[in-house]
Design a protein around this ligand. Structure first.
Ligand SMILES: Cc1cc2nc3c(=O)[nH]c(=O)nc-3n(C[C@H](O)[C@H](O)[C@H](O)COP(=O)(O)OP(=O)(O)OC[C@H]3O[C@@H](n4cnc5c(N)ncnc54)[C@H](O)[C@@H]3O)c2cc1C
Length: 482
């Protein structure tokens, strides 16, 4: 993977080399669509690499073709196209994946076979590696770089600017796909490190961000080390609540041991116990115990969904809005290969020749302000969970706008800081707009769902001229045109 040319032309450019970007790239290459996949894996390791790559068997074997409970969403904010897409394509895409990677059953899942039998964190990386190898074998191009901007001409995106080893580069393309992952890294208690700044870039270029306030909360984790705790971690462990055995938590874990255990334990135990210190005494040491944010259910709402934004910029994977589920275990990988297959079909129909319009790669983008992310995490932590107040949230939103204005006034600023501040403000404005608790979303001042907000999705847009983020609520998929 060497950047021999700093200027590349292609029919499609995909940003992100996790499972979502890799599978889309593979499916496009099979259709002979010239495709470049660019990723920044050294700085932003794909979450996919550390995953177990499990697939829930019900999602591929379901005989109920109408509404399998496996895709249920108590929040009612799911993209209405999601379920139909899964029912139509899940089996075929899994079969296609199984031709590259061998899977074996284990309990309610299938897992990618590896050097040792059984579930293994990291097996997801082997799956992605195999798919990407196939992509390059089929003639696809991989580049390494940190994408810093989408270059626009009117409503059309001409391609992306990127930086690698201090050198600027550009990829000109007819269609751009953001497969850049979630944004749980924005939070002190989130898994992964990615702050989702490309969501902000997308908003700065006219796109809308939907449902940012909804995350999946993993029932047991270490919020300080930002990791989940799985059954093997908990062998021989003592779970404590205020120094005493966490009996109620153990009872909740036993009572709700079904598919939606994360949601049940979060809503029926953690919400009432967020202020109480919990500790896990593990064989490997003692740490804080709590729920951890594990999956970003919101993200970019491409123009095909929202009716606004650049028409030739698309999204897939955790970066995309739409996959709200009561139970996430064993579903993201399959959902993203299904979405990749669908998007490949759409893009193959659209794909024309490589673009002729050119743009300047510009100077190498400065590196991101390293102090900003910890500061955002610290400030957001002060208005999370039971600490939430509307005043605190408004103060945070105003701080984001002021910080952005300061960065925008500085000619040498990095766009990543501006963009991450757009995401952070969009998130808190979405929280402010949803005056209720619903599914995994919790507000201490509105502890029950508001029926008027059934099916309503928050949508944030950035007004670049005024440097303001605006939020509205509208029905899920209301403007879908695909
Ligand atoms: C511990 C753990 C275990 C899991 N196990 C499973 C499982 O068993 N089964 C399952 O289905 N799901 C599992 N998941 C969830 C699943 O791993 C994620 O939802 C999924 O990997 C997200 O894939 P993605 O391709 O959207 O994003 P990612 O894998 O995060 O990839 C994002 C890509 O975007 C790139 N990128 C980001 N910003 C830029 C930029 N500015 N420029 C260039 N590149 C950029 C990154 O470098 C990376 O290549 C697990 C998650 C965790 C945390």
């Amino acid at each position: 993977m060497r950047n021999e040319a700093r200027s590349t032309r292609s029919q499609v450019v995909i940003v992100g080399g996790g499972i979502a970007g890799a599978w889309l790239a593979y499916r496009l290459a099979q259709r002979a669509v010239r495709t470049v996949l660019i990723s920044d894996d050294d700085q932003k390791p794909p979450l996919s690499l550390g995953a177990a790559g499990l697939i829930n068997q019900d999602t591929i074997n379901s005989t109920d073709r109408t509404a399998p409970a496996v895709f249920s969403d108590i929040s009612t904010t799911q993209d209405p196209r999601y379920r139909a897409r899964m029912i139509e394509r899940a089996r075929d895409e899994f079969d296609a994946l199984s031709r590259l990677v061998e899977y074996a059953p284990i309990g309610e899942f299938v897992y990618p076979l590896g050097p040792t039998p059984g579930i293994r964190l990291g097996a997801g990386g082997d799956v992605v590696g195999r798919v990407l190898a196939e992509f390059t074998e089929l003639g696809g191009t991989r580049l390494r770089g940190r994408v810093t901007d989408l270059v626009m001409e009117g409503d059309t995106c001409l391609g992306v600017r990127y930086e690698h080893d201090g050198q600027p580069g550009k990829v000109l393309a007819g269609d751009v796909v953001l497969a850049s992952g979630g944004f749980t890294g924005l939070f002190a208690d989130g898994l992964g490190s990615d702050n989702g700044h490309l969501l902000g870039t997308f908003a700065r270029r006219g796109g809308s961000l939907a449902n940012l306030e909804l995350f999946n909360w993993v029932a047991l984790g270490d919020p300080e080390r930002r990791c989940p705790l799985y059954p093997p971690d908990l062998e021989g462990a003592r779970l404590l609540r205020s120094g005493e055995p966490a009996t109620e938590l153990m009872q909740a874990l036993a009572a709700f041991a079904g598919d939606s255990i994360d949601l049940d334990v979060y809503t029926r135990y953690w919400i009432d116990n967020l202020d109480v210190p919990h500790t896990a005494e593990l064989v490997s040491g003692t740490g804080r115990l709590g729920p951890v944010r594990g999956f970003s259910m919101g993200g970019m709402a491409p123009a095909s969904e929202s009716g606004t934004g650049p028409a030739n910029v698309h999204a897939t994977g955790e970066a995309e809005y739409g996959m709200s589920l009561d139970s996430l275990t064993g579903k993201p990988f399959l959902s993203f290969i299904v979405r990749g297959a669908e998007l490949a079909e759409t893009l193959a129909k659209r794909a024309s020749d490589e673009p002729t319009a050119d743009f300047d790669a510009g100077p190498a983008a400065p590196s991101a302000d390293t102090a900003l992310q910890p500061e955002i995490r610290r400030r957001l932590a002060a208005v999370q969970d039971n600490r939430f107040t509307t005043e605190g949230a408004h103060d945070f939103a105003q701080w984001c706008a002021r910080e952005r204005a300061r960065h925008l006034a500085d000619a040498s600023t990095d766009t990543e800081s501006v963009d991450v501040l757009i995401v952070a403000e969009s998130y808190i404005r979405a929280v402010l707009a949803r005056r209720e608790s619903r599914g995994f979303f919790y507000r201490p001042d509105f502890r029950v769902p508001d029926p008027e907000l059934d099916n309503q999705v928050t949508r944030c847009r950035y007004d670049a001229e005024a440097n303001e983020v605006h939020v509205s609520l509208s029905p899920a998929g209301a403007t879908a045109v695909v």
